[in-house]
Design a protein. Structure first.
Lengths: 114, 110
């Protein structure tokens, strides 16, 4: 699904730095999601958004900030990166947020915090 | 509490053998259940959803509400099935948020 893209694909940074992961979708889907993927935990929801200017916390929101000024973009910011935030981050979208609709995922961003 | 459990971290089978990846869920209402697959270093892709009751790439999954299970099955595994498989639950009226299991890595040996 080329309609959802994440950047960068790989990022190495240091503890304490701010880093922003970008997510862009071309389908005009209402709902967008950020997950982190860690061994032994599967994927866990960080934040999600039902529409522009509407965001809400997921299971593991601490240390993260999101915004959604435009429907197609949903950036995720780590304000002061910590080593525990080393992970693979996936962005996803869903047309209407209906429970029976699948989510479409991006390629992921592999983030390493030294 | 809503929860998805995949008891096996790793499942290793030989080519041509049957495979069953287990998934159990905890949810008080009527859940929507999905299986997603992630091939090596690729994005997650939808494999199956229970409402479709379809077979994709030879895989099937049946929702058993009595046992709260949604096991993924394939009668004859192929090497290209080697991947990470995630079972996921979407609760009603929660904006399509997914709750994932821990994942099972399937390794199909020649």
């Amino acid at each position: 699904d080329a309609g959802i893209t994440q950047s960068p694909r790989y990022k190495i940074t240091e503890t304490g730095r701010q880093v922003t992961l970008m997510c862009h979708q071309t389908w005009s889907h209402s709902y967008m999601f950020w997950y982190r993927q860690d061994l032994g935990h599967g994927l866990r929801l960080i934040y999600y958004s039902a529409a522009a200017d509407i965001t809400d916390k997921g299971e593991v929101p601490d240390g993260y900030v999101v915004s959604r000024s435009k429907t197609e973009n949903f950036p995720l910011t780590l304000e002061s990166a910590t080593r525990s935030q080393t992970s693979v981050y996936f962005c996803a979208s869903n047309e209407q947020g209906a429970g029976n609709q699948p989510q479409h995922f991006g390629d992921g961003t592999r983030l390493s915090i030294l | 509490a809503q929860r998805v459990t995949q008891p096996e971290k790793l499942l290793s089978v030989f080519k041509g053998a049957p495979v069953e990846l287990k998934c159990n869920y905890s949810y008080s209402g009527s859940p929507e259940l999905f299986w997603y697959v992630q091939y090596s270093r690729q994005r997650l892709q939808l494999l199956l959803r229970h409402i479709s009751r379809e077979s994709i790439k030879g895989f099937t999954a049946d929702l058993n509400k009595g046992e709260t299970s949604f096991h993924l099955k394939k009668p004859f595994a192929q090497e290209e099935d080697s991947a990470m498989y995630y079972c996921a639950l979407s609760a009603n009226n929660q904006g399509g948020k997914l709750i994932f299991g821990q994942g099972t890595e399937l390794s199909v040996k020649p």
